[in-house]
Design a protein around this ligand. Structure first.
Ligand code: ATP
Ligand code: MG
Length: 402
């Protein structure tokens, strides 16, 4: 039987009290965004759930996209039947012939929202249950944990049947937690950090530092491609390219090698923070993971962090590399991330960066540089591009992540 609509259940947003309307509106908008090219599809949202009407559109295409929208707890494809008892019975029979096999248990769970319908919920359960018993000699009811739980929803315009529940992406609708700026390199960790921030409702803009000619157009393209991968979860993302060459050359020329990495990171953070402020972000998000490399010891992270009081969200900070990679594979960024392009952080990287830099020493070396001017020029030179239209090949694996 063909599905005519998808019933969408909200996730955690049900608990958000007075913000509920804002959450629901945002989720409806996020759903509209990911389905916008499927012009026959129509969406309506109520307090308790949303309906996606397919009007002939392939169910699988819509389901695949819905499964990545944050804020959806689960969804069920539904069959529409005219609000008429005879039609309802024949549809239930036809459906059970397709899905109900020997050895299986069943349960009918009817709900009459339209009170003018001739049978109430209990009578519907009884009547449809009898129908199954009369037609299948192996029929067996189980009140809890039945193999087939058929939900029958009687509404004024029609009756809807559904029996499958597909797990949604969970999380919060993107945008409901405000905006943050993701420091996005071409590595494995920062796209995963971005995904996890999106999952908790943060709308992200990607900030990428490029140092041409030391970094190549390919490295820049890779960062944009990674950003595009993230758009499947939360719609379009602004990609902000920061010209970083002048700063890197200055540091290379005026500071000792051992502090190069610390100073580079401090500049990145200052600039990301400035951009955040100009573009109305509340937090910075990065892909730092404790202990992974020299810049990511607690000592190092705190000296870098000294340049700002803005909250920094580090979604992967306590994860092992293998855990991060597992997520990267599931969100389909891993294969892009491992393409061998240089990152601006590594171009002048010394063999022995300080794992335990001192704040006073870092500040001392910075006093040789025109910090403010360098930051200002970098911010003045940013290029902004809207990234959209991501695709992902990992729908099935993605489900077990959530
Ligand atoms: P990633 O895999 O995200 O590159 P990493 O383990 O390689 O992380 P680092 O290279 O030390 O770690 O970078 C730490 C964090 O600094 C990155 O996760 C990212 O948030 C930020 N960062 C590093 N390089 C850049 C860059 N070129 N542009 C923007 N952010 C960057
Ligand atoms: Mg990196």
């Amino acid at each position: 039987m063909d599905y005519s609509e998808i019933l969408v259940r909200y996730g955690e947003l049900s608990t958000k009290g007075k913000n509920r309307k804002q959450f629901i509106d945002r989720l409806a908008q996020d759903i509209r965004d990911v389905l916008s090219d499927l012009t026959a599809v129509k969406i309506s949202g109520t307090r308790d759930h949303a309906h996606v009407y397919l009007h002939g559109t392939d169910y699988h295409i819509v389901a695949e996209r819905l499964s990545k929208v944050f804020g959806i707890q689960s969804f069920s494809p539904s069959i529409r039947v005219a609000a008429d008892l005879t039609e309802l019975k024949s549809a239930v029979l036809q459906l059970f012939e397709e899905i109900y096999h020997p050895g299986m248990t069943f349960k009918i769970n009817a709900h009459r929202a339209n009170h003018s319908f001739e049978l109430d919920s209990l009578e519907l359960n009884q009547t449809l249950g009898d129908l199954v018993f009369d037609n299948f000699d192996y029929a067996k009811v189980l009140m809890k944990g039945a193999d087939i739980l058929l939900r029958v929803e009687v509404r004024s315009e029609a009756i809807y049947l559904n029996y499958e529940t597909i797990k949604g992406a969970g999380g919060l609708p993107v945008g409901t937690s405000g905006r943050g700026h993701l420091m996005l390199s071409g590595g494995i960790d920062s796209p995963v950090a971005g995904f996890l921030a999106l999952k908790r409702g943060v709308e992200i803009e990607a900030v990428h530092f490029a140092s041409p000619p030391y970094t190549s157009p390919g490295a820049l393209q890779k960062a944009k491609d990674l950003t595009r991968k993230l758009t499947v979860f939360g719609g379009n993302i602004q990609f902000i390219e920061v010209p970083f060459t002048e700063i890197q050359e200055e540091i290379r020329d005026k500071a000792p090698q051992t502090y190069l990495m610390t100073l580079t990171r401090r500049f990145m953070l200052r600039i990301a923070d400035k951009i955040r402020e100009l573009r109305d972000g509340k937090v910075i998000i990065n892909g730092e993971s404790l202990g992974q490399v020299a810049s990511q010891t607690l000592g190092s992270m705190s000296v870098i962090n000294e340049v700002t009081c803005t909250p920094i969200i580090r979604p992967v900070v306590t994860m092992d590399k293998l855990e991060i990679i597992e997520i990267a594979e599931k969100i389909d960024t891993f294969n892009l991330s491992i393409l061998p392009f240089e990152d601006c952080c590594t171009i002048f990287a010394p063999p022995n960066p300080k794992t335990n830099p001192k704040l006073e020493v870092a500040e001392h070396y910075e006093s040789r540089l025109d910090v403010e001017g360098l930051v200002e020029r970098a911010v003045a030179g940013i290029k902004i591009e809207m990234i959209s239209g991501g695709t992902s090949d990992t729908i099935n694996e993605f489900e077990d992540l959530l």
